[in-house]
Design a binder for this molecule. Structure first.
Ligand code: FES
Length: 257
């Protein structure tokens, strides 16, 4: 069920340059079904839906009724959000979208995240580990100042970090790590910028995997059509998917990037 709730801010911290970690508490958390779902957070006053921003759920704790959101403050809306203090309330609508499937027998998963696409993979990794999977991670960032959660991922499984300028981990992209390290895996899960996902689909062609296209989202609630994508098997056709409501998670190779 989708809930609209004024959730309580338990903590709100800057964890890297322009990157914030927001922990919210409320009953909405009881409705979260899968890692990779997102919420729509109101960032100003008024009824305009564009005052809301889609933000992925990084992790949640059903017992404490808390969820952690990690976002980049880059526009007016998210900068306003970054000013919210502890104990204040934030208007949240969600959970929205379809998350990552974590069913099936225990296997080895490779989780590949880029920039602000990294957060939903943290909740996914925790869930997979809880279900007995072996997890490996490759995290890509522009540089060290915008990197976060490397240690938290490291506590769950083998973690490689790549930065474009080489200031942390190896220099280059996540695809370079795959070429060099050749990690074994049964399923891959990825979230990040579209060029990264495109490169990964090419590099991992034929492998079983899932990608989250949350970067392609606009309004997040089916109203703006900014997220419409064609399918790879019908690139010119009239059928399409909406990332916000059909996704944001799709099987790799299903959507034309
Ligand atoms: Fe607006 Fe999907 S993001 S319709």
């Amino acid at each position: 069920m989708i809930v609209n709730e004024n959730m309580v801010v338990l903590s709100h911290e800057r964890i890297a340059e322009n990157i914030y970690e927001l922990v919210l508490q409320g009953n909405l958390v009881d409705e979260i079904k899968a890692p990779g779902q997102f919420v729509h957070v109101k960032v100003g006053k008024g009824i305009d839906p564009l005052l809301r921003r889609p933000i992925s759920i990084a992790s949640h704790d059903p017992e404490q009724h808390t969820m952690t959101l990690i976002y980049r403050a880059e526009g007016k809306g998210t900068r306003l959000l970054s000013l919210v203090d502890r104990s204040e309330r934030v208007d949240v609508l969600g959970p929205l979208g379809n998350g990552f499937s974590v069913e099936g027998q225990r296997k080895t998963a490779l989780l590949i995240g880029g920039g602000i696409g990294v957060p939903p993979l943290y909740g996914l990794s925790r869930k997979l580990v809880e279900n007995g999977w072996e997890v490996k991670h490759i995290l890509g960032f522009q540089n060290e100042s915008v990197s976060f959660y490397e240690n938290k991922f490291g506590e769950l499984g083998l973690t490689y970090v790549a930065t474009v300028d080489g200031s942390l981990g190896s220099a280059g992209f996540v695809t370079d790590v795959i070429s060099e390290e050749k990690p074994d895996f049964d399923v891959f899960y990825s979230c990040g910028p579209t060029p990264m996902l495109k490169a990964l689909e090419r590099q991992l062609e034929g492998k079983h995997g899932f990608i989250s296209l949350e970067e392609r989202m606009g309004c997040g609630i089916g109203a703006c059509f900014a997220c419409v994508c064609h399918k790879q098997d019908d690139p010119e056709g009239s059928s399409y998917v909406k990332v916000c409501s059909d996704g944001p998670v799709f099987p790799a190779g299903a959507v034309l990037l």
